[in-house]
Design a protein around this ligand. Structure first.
Ligand code: NAP
Length: 298
């Protein structure tokens, strides 16, 4: 099975869909052999916006269902009409981050309906904290099948991983290699953090198993019961990233890598520099200024 994790924030769904259509037409793969994942962007959290945007995304992909459809962030932003700007990004027409009033329960209800109608074979969440997951438990008819989070040896998130496991929610890791995926975003914090590929602990384990540090990092995750979705533009690295089940790390090796945890998070949606506007009752409230550069979320 081939998995693709793609979504509207990138604005590349049409191109990805064209690739899929060509591969199916050429007989390389069948639709049912693919696992196509997309995400609901923050600007479409209002109940009545969820299904129309999911349908647009399906149309862009040229498929009639997603294998998995995920709420990208527990952050609801003001609706942006796709005919005005698509993908909408974080800011509105005034270049401000403006929240919508949609509570997560409303968004999840609409997600459950996508699942019930077969537009998504499974539904999930991303970047939720343990508290948000516990809140979701109170209103969900259907718990998410997966929770996609930043997860690497500098951010092991033991309590969240444990909570998800206890609820039968599969954790999926992004940024499995730690800081490297934030280098292309020019994030200083990531650039100032030692690369996990070059960390002595990781290198030592890799040498012992005759594997690359990247393969060790992925195996560390999967042996902890966390699924991985590494991306690469390089064909050899893509193949190497798939070859991560042919060896096992010892308990001590897993522990030594887990001990690198520093609670170090790179992807943080409250880390914004632009003012945030929101409304409360009839009042328009402005502006929380966090004063740090706004990361671009993949
Ligand atoms: N839910 C969210 O908020 C969220 C946030 C971020 C990402 N994601 C998803 O997570 C998935 C992974 O993306 P990511 O951003 O986390 O990136 P990643 O997989 O952690 O890392 C990508 C980086 O690692 C390098 N790399 C990949 N394999 C390697 C190997 N074997 N050896 C050495 N370097 C290697 C790549 O360079 P090369 O291309 O040169 O190999 C690239 O610089 C994507 O599907 C993305 O959509 C989700």
């Amino acid at each position: 099975m081939t998995a693709t994790d793609d979504f509207q924030d990138y604005g590349n769904e049409q191109e990805a869909g064209e690739g899929v259509a060509r591969a199916i037409k050429d007989g390389l793969v069948k639709r049912e052999e693919l696992f196509i994942v997309s995400k609901l962007w923050n600007s479409f959290h209002d109940y009545d916006r969820v299904k129309p945007i999911c349908k647009k995304q399906l149309k862009d992909w040229g498929v009639d269902y997603f294998d998995l459809y995920i709420v990208h962030f527990p952050v609801a932003l003001k609706y942006v009409d796709p005919s005005v700007r698509y993908p909408p990004s974080w800011t509105d027409e005034n270049d401000k981050i403006t929240q919508s009033k949609a509570p997560l329960s409303e968004t999840w209800k609409a997600m459950e309906e996508l699942y019930e109608e077969g537009l998504a074979k499974s539904i999930g969440i991303s970047n939720y904290s343990g508290q948000s997951v516990m809140d979701l438990q109170r209103y969900a008819k259907q718990l998410p099948q997966t929770l996609q989070i930043e997860h690497h040896p500098y951010l092991t998130q033991e309590p969240l991983v444990g909570l998800a496991k206890s609820l039968g929610i599969v954790i999926t890791a992004y940024s499995s290699f730690g800081p490297i995926s934030y280098h292309e975003l020019e994030m200083e914090k990531a650039k100032n953090t030692p690369l996990l590929f070059e960390h002595d602990v990781v290198k030592k384990v890799a040498e012992k198993h005759s594997k690359s540090p990247a393969q060790v990092l992925l195996r560390w995750s999967t042996q902890r019961g966390v699924a991985v979705i590494p991306k690469s533009n390089n064909q050899q690295r893509l193949a190497a990233n798939l070859d991560v089940c042919s060896f096992d790390l010892s308990e001590d090796e897993i522990k030594s890598i887990s001990a690198l945890d520093q609670g170090l998070r790179f992807n943080n949606p409250t880390n914004v520099s632009s003012p945030i506007s929101t409304t409360h009752g009839n009042k328009s409230l402005t502006t929380f200024q966090y004063g740090l550069p706004l990361p671009i979320f993949a």
